[in-house]
Design a protein around this ligand. Structure first.
Ligand SMILES: Cc1cc2nc3c(=O)[nH]c(=O)nc-3n(C[C@H](O)[C@H](O)[C@H](O)COP(=O)(O)OP(=O)(O)OC[C@H]3O[C@@H](n4cnc5c(N)ncnc54)[C@H](O)[C@@H]3O)c2cc1C
Length: 404
């Protein structure tokens, strides 16, 4: 598993099998507790750590498993099938490695920036492979997370590092992460979105606090509380991407924002899996078969059709993710995000309607899947509404076109 130590890393299929085994034997049995308590899935992370999975997207030459974008998406969907909150929080961690690793390699940097980035990311990758968890708080409640304004969190360049001030809402892994990859704006006159900086703040940094309650509808195990940064100092090595490179990534590598959707692809699959099991009379405690009723057969057939339509666009767009994608590929990515997030919720609702009253009782997973799936379409920067908004504009207008 440790490529740096000379061992052969597991193949993609072996990693999927490993995650399926963890999910089936452990994660699915713990999910109800995390949901009820709105508590972080620490035990699941211990398992991920023990299996080397915290280094999943760390390039092999840095000792990780070297999963690229597409491989990650499929593995994440498998994780989401067993515990949505674990997969969604794991996304924040794994994508920090993806953005810092293979995505950054596709972007323009000066030779000096490239060398500096190489040295800095080695530090972060070493921590991840060693078992540290990275979160990705960027939401602030304003227009910044939607990509429409500079982040309100400010980072002032000082001797040897950065001084940070700001508030982040919905910081998944709050209290569970070892580092928070905070997006902020460089504190200087005339700063724009191009001046976004991406800095890893240690959980024990002086001036960093986790505040506020956490009692949401779904995805309760993500523990996405508020982070307050008050004169937090981080050293230069905290920089996860060189100055200006996050903005470049956001404009040139748009599929970087699609990576929340695999979790919900997994939830959609789980809703279908449960429905089949339930109608066959194979759910523990409810042994009555319902599969002989034509209405159930039609309902499950329609669910299967929708599930396969969702998988089809998911598989296509995750294979199209690259720097500077074509216009069609970019638009299809918005369409995919919209489809996956909306279909996951439709499928979980359909599963409850089809299986019936007993099926929505706790601790059976359906009602949790339904609540968890409702959160997908709300996630910035690609909420379902903003995907439609972008599609409406970008299908009809070329860049720079107006009607004047
Ligand atoms: C379970 C969960 C976990 C999360 N984890 C994280 C995390 O780890 N890190 C993180 O940074 N964030 C995280 N988020 C936050 C998430 O990405 C959103 O930022 C958050 O849900 C936005 O809430 P809001 O009400 O402030 O959004 P708002 O910005 O107020 O948006 C509200 C509505 O207005 C629409 N809207 C917003 N801007 C525009 C616009 N310019 N034009 C048109 N419509 C617009 C949106 O589509 C949305 O429907 C998480 C959210 C959830 C639910």
């Amino acid at each position: 598993m440790d490529a740096a130590a000379g061992n052969t890393p597991p193949s993609h299929d072996e990693i999927v099998a490993m995650v399926r085994n963890l999910g089936e034997t452990k994660f699915q049995h713990r999910a109800a507790k995390y949901d009820l308590e709105a508590s972080f899935p620490f035990e699941n992370y211990d398992d991920l750590r023990a299996h080397g999975l915290l280094g999943l997207c760390v390039p092999a030459r840095f000792g990780g498993l070297g999963a690229g974008y597409r491989s990650y998406a499929l593995i994440s969907a498998e994780m989401g099938r067993w515990c949505g909150a674990t997969a969604l929080t794991f996304n924040m961690h794994a994508c920090t490695a993806l953005w810092t690793g293979p995505l950054a390699d596709d972007l323009d940097m000066t030779a000096e920036q490239r060398a500096e980035h190489e040295a800095r990311r080695a530090i972060h990758f070493k921590r991840m492979v060693g078992g540290a968890i990275y979160a990705q708080p960027f939401s602030e409640g304003g227009a910044a997370a939607a990509g429409k304004a500079p982040f309100g969190t400010l980072a002032k360049k000082v001797d040897g590092g950065w001084l940070m001030n700001g508030v982040k809402i919905f910081a998944s892994l709050a209290g569970g992460a070892d580092f928070y990859g905070v997006l902020g704006t460089e504190d200087k006159s005339d700063a724009t979105r191009r001046d976004t900086v991406f800095l890893a703040v240690p959980a024990d940094a002086a001036g960093l606090s986790v505040t506020g309650p956490w009692d949401p509808l779904g995805m309760r195990g993500t523990v996405s509380r508020t982070l307050v940064l008050k004169d937090v100092f981080v050293p230069d090595e905290a920089q996860l991407l060189p100055r200006g490179v996050y903005h470049q990534a956001a404009t040139r590598w748009p599929h970087m924002f699609l990576t929340l959707s695999p979790t919900y692809m997994g939830i959609a699959q789980a809703a279908y899996d449960f429905t089949v099991k339930y109608l066959r009379g194979e759910v523990e405690g409810i042994k009555v078969k319902r599969r002989m009723y034509p209405t159930k057969q039609i309902a499950v057939a329609e669910m299967f059709v929708m599930l396969q339509q969702t998988w089809a666009i998911f598989r296509q767009v995750t294979g199209e993710a690259r720097v500077d994608p074509s216009k069609e590929d970019r638009l299809r990515a918005y369409a995919a995000q919209y489809t996956i997030m909306e279909n996951a919720n439709t499928l979980t609702a359909r599963a409850i309607r089809t299986c019936g009253g007993q099926a929505m009782l706790r601790p059976l997973p359906l009602e949790r899947l339904y609540r968890d799936s409702r959160c997908g379409a709300l996630m910035l920067p690609w909420t379902a509404e903003l995907c439609l908004d972008r599609l409406g504009r970008e299908t009809l207008y070329e860049p720079g076109e107006t009607d004047d």
